[in-house]
Design a protein around this ligand. Structure first.
Ligand code: HEM
Length: 383
């Protein structure tokens, strides 16, 4: 006869059956738990979710109304992330000594437009790059155009990156009028130019508007984007690896930068603003994305930094929060998509297997109880 040690009242089962039921009863929960964990890991791995923690992340907070300027209280709704910078040491000319150690980044979006704000300490305001020994302060944001994680050195061949480059001298051109040679060399004088309007020493490019006067500004006349009247302090560039940076045909990023004196010298606060939706195939698309890799670079003009000579961050993940309604919609959408995937079937399979095992256990128990009852009834009948 075989009795269940815990209850003693259980009807007699065959020895093999009895120990199977007991083993099933005691081990099923842990087997089920392990199976569930394995299945969940499968599903997560199947969805490409990184199980290991990656670098700092920043969140673009959803706001009902975009901030009007850098001092808007709306910015309080976005958390700041402190992003460490390192000197560019890969390509010549290298930056041998760091002059800006970190940038503080935050972002907001209203589901249609996104604003990315950067702040960094810089004791001097360098907003001109006219004289050969002048270098302007600047900062940039790097996004991959495709969904892949780009090489940090401005992408790589076949890996296009979209760069948003804010420049202090372009900001100055917008705030105080186009800075031309005479701003850098006050004693510079020109008494006449054919076809110019206005009075000597003539102001560029305003006094050179006549078509025949244009050739005196070959960059302007040839359509060189760097010589055109400014409409934004930000230039959009494309690059597939360093050495390939080029002006992007369609520009779509605006922005603003303000330098403020502080007890520690000074700091720049700048903002980049663009539509979430890409204006063309060469722009990063941020619309209906939950996250995107991003990197930052900063140039300090007083340290003669320009081009390759800069400090940069590593790639960080920017999470894009959307409006509660959009977030709900996306959650339903992603859940439905995730449900419709092989790993989920696997999970369902595991779930059913566990269900079957549990059912089998119950069945075996009931059967044993029934068998026990009939043998008790039988022995009662005999007695
Ligand atoms: C180790 C990685 C990097 C290397 C080796 C590198 C190298 C260079 C080089 C050689 C140039 C000169 C133009 C050109 O040839 O393309 C350049 C320009 C530029 N780079 Fe990078 N870069 C790196 C990372 C970055 C990152 C992370 C960003 C943005 C977040 C960035 C933004 C820019 C911009 C906007 C320019 C144009 C600057 C100007 O016109 O003054 N770079 N870089």
């Amino acid at each position: 006869m075989y009795e269940h040690p815990s209850t003693g009242s259980e009807p007699a089962l065959g020895a093999a059956e009895g120990s199977f039921v007991i083993r099933l009863r005691t081990r099923a929960p842990s087997v089920a738990l392990i199976a569930l964990l394995v299945a969940v890991a499968f599903v997560l791995a199947g969805q490409g979710t990184a199980l290991a923690v990656q670098g700092p992340t920043m969140t673009s907070a959803w706001v009902g109304e975009m901030p009007a300027d850098l001092d808007s209280p709306v910015w309080e709704r976005a958390s700041s992330v402190y992003v460490p910078l390192t000197p560019q040491m890969v390509a010549l000319p290298r930056l041998t000594k760091l002059s800006v150690s970190q940038v503080v980044a935050r972002s907001v979006n209203d589901g249609r437009r996104i604003a990315i704000r950067l702040e960094w300490t810089d004791a001097t305001r360098d907003a001109r790059a006219t004289r050969p020994d002048e270098f302007r302060d600047a900062a940039a944001v790097l996004f991959p155009v495709s969904t892949d994680v780009p090489g940090i050195c401005m992408g790589a061949p076949g890996q296009l990156t979209n760069l948003w480059h804010w420049k202090a001298d372009w900001q100055e051109d917008l705030d105080r009028g186009f800075q031309e040679v005479r701003d850098a060399y006050p004693n510079f004088y020109k008494d006449s130019y054919p076809f110019v309007t206005g009075q000597p020493p003539f102001r560029a490019p305003a006094d050179f508007a006549a078509p025949d006067a244009r050739p005196y500004f070959p960059g302007l006349a040839a359509g060189n984007p760097l010589s055109q009247p400014r409409t934004s302090p930000v230039e959009e560039l494309l690059a597939s690896g360093f050495g390939t940076a080029a002006h992007k045909q369609r520009q779509g990023v605006t922005g603003r930068g303000v330098w403020t004196e502080t007890p520690r010298g000074g700091r720049w606060r700048i903002v980049f603003v663009r539509d979430l939706a890409a204006s063309d195939s060469e722009s990063v698309n941020l619309e209906s994305r939950s996250e995107v890799p991003v990197a930052f670079a900063v140039w300090n003009g007083s340290n003669q930094e320009v081009g390759a000579r800069k400090q940069l961050s590593g790639l960080i993940t920017m999470r894009l929060r959307s409006s509660p309604a959009a977030a709900r919609e996306r959650l339903i959408e992603t859940t439905l998509t995730q449900l419709n995937t092989p790993p989920t079937y696997l999970l369902l399979g595991f779930g059913m297997l566990i269900g079957v095992v549990a059912l089998a256990g119950t069945w075996a128990r009931r059967r044993a109880r029934a068998a026990g009852q009939s043998s008790v009834d039988g022995s009662n009948a005999e007695s």
